[in-house]
Write a protein that binds this ligand. Structure first.
Ligand code: SF4
Length: 223
């Protein structure tokens, strides 16, 4: 069985509560969404056997916090990903899954081999992909078996009603999950900052642990 891999590299995590931790990143090719703010153009791939990918991961520094499986959307290659997650677990790595939080059936088949789930909420008024919250709900129900946190990109277009729906979902499914609000880096400025501060207040008034963390890779100028 072969998987399509865009790139394998070592860097530091740039998003969410694990920002600053060293990881080996495995970027899987392909995505099932086309978000308005997407800044991850995947131009090509190399095919790997699972064992071959493990060797590539091992060729980077061994003492990393975890292996980050990212994309695109890694769960699009569920069977291949499952094999690799089993191998990395056996080799002593912690598995960190970065996902757009929509492919819940695929997650179900491999959640046992994931340690940390970093899932997105693609708010309709941010991503322009229609209402995906029902998928995020099913996804979060399964991800809650493991450590999970949620990221949501906030844009000039993002509405308070989308935030309110998201908070309701978190409270119903995983009350103690951290919500990370990320400013859309293309729109950074005082207006967006004010909006993020207001959103954080609204979230905390609902009892949801909320952090505002920009995408640090761009701030640090690293991959
Ligand atoms: S899910 Fe991520 S990779 Fe896919 S289109 Fe949206 S932002 Fe881009």
């Amino acid at each position: 069985m072969k998987g399509r891999i865009n790139e394998v590299f070592k860097s530091v995590q740039g998003e969410g509560p694990y920002a600053g931790e060293e990881q080996v990143f495995v970027r899987l090719f392909g995505c099932n969404l086309s978000c308005r703010f997407c800044d991850t153009p995947l131009k090509g791939f190399r095919e790997y056997e699972p064992q071959e990918l493990l060797e590539d991961i091992k060729s980077h520094k061994q003492e990393v916090h975890s292996v980050s499986f990212t994309g695109g959307e890694p769960l699009l290659q569920r069977d291949f990903l499952r094999e690799v997650l089993m191998l990395t677990s056996q080799a002593g790595y912690k598995n960190y899954l970065e996902t757009n939080g929509t492919l819940f059936s695929e997650l179900k088949g491999l959640i046992d081999f994931v340690d940390i789930v970093a899932m997105d909420f693609k708010l309709s008024s941010s991503a322009g992909m229609g209402d995906l919250l029902w998928m995020h709900r099913r996804f979060l129900e399964i991800a809650s078996k493991k450590e999970v946190f949620i990221k949501a990109v906030v844009c000039a277009t993002t509405t308070e009603s989308d935030l309110a729906e998201s908070l309701k979902l978190i409270k119903e499914v995983k009350r103690d999950a951290i919500l990370v609000l990320q400013p859309n880096s293309r729109e950074a400025g005082p207006q967006l900052q004010d909006k993020l501060a207001r959103f954080k207040e609204l979230s905390e008034a609902e009892g949801v642990d909320t952090r505002v963390i920009p995408q640090m890779h761009k701030e640090w100028g690293v991959k």
